[in-house]
Write a protein that binds this ligand. Structure first.
Ligand code: KG4
Ligand code: ZN
Length: 350
């Protein structure tokens, strides 16, 4: 089965074609980061308009580059939520219209399920069951995964998501959006041990997260070292970035180990934008090796938003006979636990 995937949930237009026999045939991404940079975050209406401009040209580009004609497509997958409603509507509209025109089924895919399954696109994919740490700009969740569509939420952030915390810390240090990669880069020249940031909610039981206290701690540290221009000197900024990153990574590692212990599973999957963080990968690999467990993640470009993960997830659900009714319906908020299992009913987004 060959499926076209369309991702337009936030500020990236991602298009890909996945074939269940041949694997990923092509993918392309257009990032709107320059459009939103001057505002310090994503402006929803600008995002929708840019998706309108880019979605069809990118689909054409990926179909041509992969040598796929319309009659070779067996289905269309688009992100149906969670995400920005206007942005989601663009992908849903295009996906449903193309499916109708080409007489193939369409499926609305859950964005976080897409992230969760992205490591399946790699050569050595993880096997079920596993614990998934989903860490993006909007979500921080630990999920018990027994199989495709069999998700149990073990814990989540009670306030900011991990990626959001990176973005806010970056803003405090006057770094551009998205802040995660900028903080990571600045932290490379940071000094170990100069600052010690708290690791929130690690001293009590449970698998929930909270990053708002760390945010306040970062703000106070920046303010305490601010020079006349309101910012610390370069080295101090790097030291703060370092301590901040270590605190987020340390917190995530502790909770992942705890989740593996509670479930008895030996496989951890990390997915979503923050799973691109090198320190997180290194620390998890070291910590899990000690308990005979292994961590899996997608290649760098498939950690952040992309069309390949949507094409893959949609393909699995279409193969199982699921499809979405011919209507442009999106869900800006969508608990992943509401997804039907592959033995379940016939719709992907209700
Ligand atoms: O999954 P994603 O592309 O979009 C959402 O679904 O939200 O995640 C974006 C988030 C942003 O908050 C960004 O700062 C963060 O992922 N991020 C990183 C890194 N790369 C992206 N955070 C830490 N380290 C990175 N290398
Ligand atoms: Zn995402």
């Amino acid at each position: 089965m060959r499926v076209l995937g369309i991702e337009t949930s936030c500020d990236e237009t991602g298009i890909a074609i996945y074939d269940s026999e041949l694997g990923l045939l092509g993918d392309a991404l257009y990032s709107q980061v320059d459009v939103h940079a001057e505002y310090g975050g994503v402006v929803p209406e600008l995002a929708s308009r840019d998706h309108v401009r880019k979605t069809l040209p990118l689909i054409r580009q990926v179909m041509e580059a992969s040598g796929t004609s319309a009659d070779q497509l067996d289905g269309i997958a688009y992100t149906a939520g969670p995400g920005l409603v206007g942005a989601l509507m663009v992908g849903a509209c295009v996906g449903q219209s193309m499916a109708y025109a080409w007489n193939v089924p369409a499926i609305g895919v859950h964005h976080m399920e897409g992230h969760l399954l992205a490591p399946m696109l790699e050569d050595n994919p993880p096997e079920y069951p596993f614990v998934a740490l989903l860490v993006s700009g909007g979500h921080t969740q630990l999920v018990k995964v027994e199989g495709l569509g069999e998700y149990e939420l073990l814990g989540e952030s009670l306030d900011d998501a991990a990626g959001e915390a990176f973005d806010k810390a970056a803003k405090m240090l006057d770094l551009d959006y998205p802040g995660g990669p900028r903080i990571a880069q600045l932290a490379e020249s940071g000094t170990q041990g100069r600052f010690k940031f708290p690791r929130p909610m690690t001293d009590r039981p449970g698998l929930d997260f909270s990053f708002s206290g760390l945010k306040t701690f970062t703000l106070n540290t920046v303010a305490a070292h601010a020079l006349e221009d309101g910012l610390p000197d370069n080295q101090t900024s790097a030291d703060i970035a370092f301590a901040f990153q270590e605190a987020v990574v340390g917190t995530l590692v502790i909770k992942c180990r705890r989740a593996l212990k509670e479930t008895g599973f030996k496989t951890l999957v990390i997915a979503g934008g923050v799973s691109a963080n090198i320190r997180l990968r290194e620390e998890l690999e070291a910590a899990l090796a000690k308990v005979g467990a292994k961590v899996f993640y997608a290649r760098h470009e498939f950690c952040t938003d992309n069309g390949a993960m949507i094409a893959y997830a949609g393909c699995q659900r279409l193969l199982a006979g699921q499809q979405s009714p011919a209507a442009v319906k999106v869900r800006p908020r969508w608990p992943m636990e509401e997804l039907p299992s592959l033995n379940g009913s016939s719709t992907g987004n209700g």
